[in-house]
Write a protein that binds this ligand. Structure first.
Ligand SMILES: [Zn+2]
Length: 64
């Protein structure tokens, strides 16, 4: 399922996240912070590769 990150995703008991998450539509990573999701999308659409300085703030990276 694809979510547009402009439309906040409400974490539904997803490992305890009950807050809004924002997804980069290109690399599919989730962010708690809308600004980071926007930066990620801007980077991904330009460079078609991920910027570690941005993706380290994603939910996926923070879990590790
Ligand atoms: Zn991205």
């Amino acid at each position: 399922m694809i979510y547009k990150f402009e439309r906040p995703l409400i974490g539904d008991n997803m490992e305890g996240y009950s807050q809004k998450l924002y997804q980069c539509p290109i690399c599919k990573l989730y962010y708690k912070n809308e600004e980071m999701a926007k930066k990620c999308r801007a980077w991904c659409s330009k460079h078609s590769s991920c910027n570690l300085a941005i993706t380290k703030y994603s939910i996926e990276r923070m879990k590790n």
